[in-house]
Write a protein that binds this ligand. Sequence first.
Ligand code: KG4
Ligand code: ZN
Length: 332
Amino acid sequence: TKPRIVLGIESSCDETAVALVASDRTIRAQRIASQHAEHAPYGGVVPEIAARAHAERLAPMLEAVMDEAGVSLADCDVIAATAGPGLIGGVMVGLVTAKALAMASDTPLMAINHLEGHALSPRLADPELEFPYLLLLVSGGHCQILLVEGVGRYRRLATTIDDALGEAFDKTAKILGLGYPGGPAVEKLAQSGDPRAVPLPRPLAGSSEPHFSFAGLKSAVLRAKESGAHGDADIAASFQQAAVDCLTDRLSHALKRIGSVPNLVVAGGVAANRTIRTALERLASDHAMGFTAPPMALCTDNAAMIAWAGCERLRLGQFDPLDVSARPRWPL
Ligand code: KG4
Ligand code: ZN
């Protein structure tokens, strides 16, 4: 049978993205336009600037993707767009665009939860990855441990009670006078520092609660910098080590609760961090689990994961009405 084709649109944060993905797991074409340059002067994402940039870029990107794949709207089986959670202005730009396309071409619409996109994306890259798997989702906006049991079956085992880990990396970068986004810069600086030099807290580590917390760590980084007693590289390395310790502690806690799961998967922008990946790989092998991280292009925000979530839901026939709403908050 002919593979089905899903058009995906992502606009929940600071990447505008469009992709055409087929049910045979081929990405027919995709575009991602990052807005880092627009937000860099402010040291973080400015919602109004993001929404405007999505609105300006989406139409030409849709055209480019269709052209490259040689696919017309009439060839699409579903139009899938992120409907939340995220910055509501940007989400609305993408969702309204998807609704217009769906209405004009009489194609079914799917309102995808951005987190579901992240949760299912590892299966786009790896056809062998079966349910269930334990997913650590660590990005600028999210820090969660999910048990992915099937399409539409996600058990959130832990989330952050304050900052996301990527946010903590970005704030640490700001405190140390590095650029935005800060994660890669902190990682680079940490290479020349001593991870044991600066005593920093491991918030919630050892706690009987399942969750993450990074706000206290960030404040401790600020105090360490202001004390003048430590070099920047030592602060960066010690921060990164504290982050690693929090992640492994919380994952161990989750595994203790649910028992064994065959695979550990990490996704989100922070998954690019080598020190974090190495620590997770070790944790997985200690628990006799397989470990996978999707390719970076699928880990960070993209539209292929939204289109793929559409492909997965298409098998179950889960469509949404044209009056479905955008949702700034939308737990899985
Ligand atoms: O998934 P993503 O591209 O967008 C969100 O959904 O947030 O994640 C971006 C986040 C940023 O906070 C960035 O600083 C962080 O991922 N990041 C990293 C690294 N590369 C990106 N954090 C630590 N180490 C890295 N190498
Ligand atoms: Zn994301």
